[in-house]
Write a protein that binds this ligand. Structure first.
Ligand code: GTP
Ligand code: SPV
Ligand code: MN
Length: 602
């Protein structure tokens, strides 16, 4: 039951109940009691595994259905009233038609299940910058994850009051149960029935058929990026797929950096990096999403709307990201990892040996197992994830929940490029930085299921799957923000931690050593170091980006710092082809930047 008198909310809940016909409705309050009760029920039903209380207190593991392991971009829709408002990077269906189709699917979809009503706040509860959402879901897994990722509480309903507005987020796993029918361990619908739908003009989200991550935890990608980016475009702020960190120098001067890398390209790692530069320290503010607004002093201020980390498990190790490991030492949820015989968790490149256990498909597994082609069988899915409370991160910044946000000094763009793109370069000016962001490119990762066999994806601002409107208008919005911020706009840089040698080894050590690159950026902001001009941007003068003490052969460093104009020309052709899709919505500033770049490269 609920005490809310908010009529819009009560009407919506009643409507959804009538359409989805659950066995019962439960209003969630975010309490520990609620969390423990749902986990208890899921352990009893076999959906969750309670981990070893001594090794991993208050933590649980889940295995998804093998078909439901990541976001599904091909089934994600921006259903704006007009097709041209969704633009060339989004899937579009007429909203009336999509609602008809989805209502057909929603009809009776929660039969045999409990319908949870989850009031949540993205951003600190009650802060003027925060947004209130209410997710309706028939997945208890969604409820417990939302407890960690968003702020679920009765207090949200107090703030909402009798006539406050909220963003309705409707979710179902799309798997009704007939009387007596046994539930599957991870109910979901087949891919062709999945819909992750957004109605940007109505601030409305409808998700059907998936229980996983960004498809189901609707506060995250659906609300805080797709719906929020559309709002931000209308209202003059920014909602970006960016980590936020504070980098403090030995004198105590603070720099704030926001960085956009595509999914599974290093945001969580950079956000909690252990600096190897003596006296310099990183503190985490956010690892995935930034909401930014110009502040009273004309600078751009950022907050992290989330309350937890939904991080990529594989590769998270003591040597790579000890702060992420520490964040999931207790109170954590693991999805699609190995569960060891002593009921702890393991994944590939965790930096510790594992004799075997139960793999992400719930089968007995040992590390020597091979598939039919002789390749090792992975114990954890490449997109397996941990859900961890941000406040457990040992380097969480004291200002991480400050509703005023932190002033951004530096924007960083990037992606995974095993060739072509050097370790770091700087934009000539803000508009050039926007061009860099708009043409950022990356090789595909396991974070989305259906990208197909593309070798390279141009991924503007790492936002391609998350822009809730026309990507050309979105790019224009970036230029407009630059104009508004003037000389207070952040400095822009482009990085690539992922260059490989011909025999497949990383050229750059990465992880903590990335602090050397961040320090060079801060030195640039302070005017302490110079640059050499290249066709693609400013690059470090030899010796000014400190690589002392690294085991880095001179020829590898030269490779990391090289601008191969022939390879770059190819990338520019790919970018141009991509940008042509924008037609007359392509900002003139982009065309200008592209022409200038071509001239510099020729
Ligand atoms: P999403 O949560 O999907 O948005 O991903 P993310 O951008 O937060 O990526 P994350 O930090 O989780 O990193 C993804 C993968 O890249 C992990 O397997 C990391 O170990 C690896 N990685 C991150 N930083 C580096 C780096 O500097 N060098 C190398 N070689 N790998 C890295
Ligand atoms: C991403 O894919 O960028 C993620 C994971 O952060 S998910 O929440 O599934 O979108
Ligand atoms: Mn992400």
């Amino acid at each position: 039951m609920t005490t809310t008198k908010n009529q819009k909310l009560l009407n919506w809940v009643a409507e959804v109940e009538a359409m989805c016909t659950p066995d019962k409705v439960v209003w969630c309050n975010g309490s520990t009691e609620e969390y423990d009760r749902l986990m208890g029920e899921m352990v009893a039903s076999g959906m969750a595994i309670k981990l070893n209380e001594e090794k991993r207190p208050n933590s649980y593991a889940f295995n998804s259905d093998p078909s439901d392991v990541a976001r599904v971009e091909g089934r994600t829709y921006i259903a704006s009233l007009k097709e041209e408002d969704a633009g060339p990077t989004n899937n579009w269906i007429d909203p009336a038609e999509l609602k008809e189709t989805m209502k057909g699917l929603y009809s009776g979809c929660m039969k045999g299940r409990t319908m949870y009503v989850i009031p949540f706040s993205m951003g600190p509860i009650g802060s003027p910058i925060s947004k209130i959402g209410v997710e309706i879901s028939d997945s208890p897994y969604v409820v417990v994850n939302m407890h960690i990722m968003a702020r679920v509480s009765d207090k949200v309903l107090d703030v909402l009051g009798d006539d406050g507005d909220f963003i309705p987020c409707l979710h179902t796993v799309g798997s009704p149960l007939e009387p007596g029918q046994e539930d599957s361990r991870w109910p979901c619908a087949p891919i062709e029935k999945k819909y992750i739908a957004h109605f940007p003009e109505e601030n409305l989200i409808w998700s059907y058929g998936s229980g996983y991550g960004g498809n189901a935890l609707l506060g995250k990608k659906c609300l805080a990026l797709r719906i929020a980016s559309a709002m931000a475009g209308r209202e003059g702020w920014m909602a970006e797929h960016m980590l936020i960190l504070r980098f403090t120098n030995p004198e105590g001067k603070k720099f704030h950096i926001a960085a956009a890398f595509p999914s599974a390209c290093g945001k969580t790692n950079l956000a909690m990096l252990q600096s190897t530069v003596p006296g310099w320290k990183v503190e985490t503010i956010g690892d995935d999403i930034a909401w930014m607004k110009p502040g009273p002093d004309g600078r751009l201020y950022a907050i992290n709307p989330e309350a937890g980390f939904f991080g990529v498990a594989p590769g998270t190790a003591e040597y790579s990201n000890p702060m992420a490991l520490a964040s999931c030492r207790k109170d954590a949820i693991f999805t699609n990892v190995v569960v060891t015989p002593d009921k702890d968790v393991w994944w590939e490149d965790m930096g510790v040996e594992c004799a075997g256990g139960t793999d992400w498909k719930n089968n007995p597994w040992t590390p020597d197992m091979k598939d039919a082609d002789g390749n090792p069988i992975k114990g954890a899915h490449p997109n397996s994830r941990f859900t961890a409370r941000a406040e457990l991160c040992p380097v969480i910044c004291e200002d991480w929940e400050n509703p005023a946000g932190v002033p951004i000094d530096i924007f960083v763009f990037g992606g995974k490029r095993t060739t072509t793109v050097p370790l770091v370069h700087e934009a000539f000016d803000f508009n050039h930085g926007v061009y860099m962001g708009a043409t950022a490119s990356s090789e595909p990762t396991a974070a989305a299921l259906d990208l197909g066999n593309v070798a390279l994806r141009i991924d503007p601002f790492a936002m391609t799957p998350f822009i809730g409107y026309h990507a050309g208008d979105y790019m224009q919005h970036w230029f407009d923000m630059g104009e508004k911020l003037g000389d207070k706009a952040p400095r822009c840089f482009y990085v690539n931690w992922f260059r490989k040698t011909d025999d497949g080894k990383w050229l750059w050590p990465g992880f903590g050593e990335n602090s050397r690159v961040l320090k060079w950026m801060c030195d640039r902001v302070e005017g302490k170091v110079g640059v050499r001009e290249t066709p693609i941007g400013y690059m470090p003068i030899d010796g000014e980006l400190d690589i002392d003490g690294l085991d880095l052969p001179a020829e590898d460093w030269a490779e990391l710092m090289k601008v191969d104009t022939d390879l770059y020309k190819k990338t520019v052709i790919d970018c141009e082809t991509f940008l042509q899709k924008f037609g007359d919505k392509l900002p003139v500033q982009i065309t200008e930047q592209l022409e200038n770049l071509k001239k510099r490269l020729s």
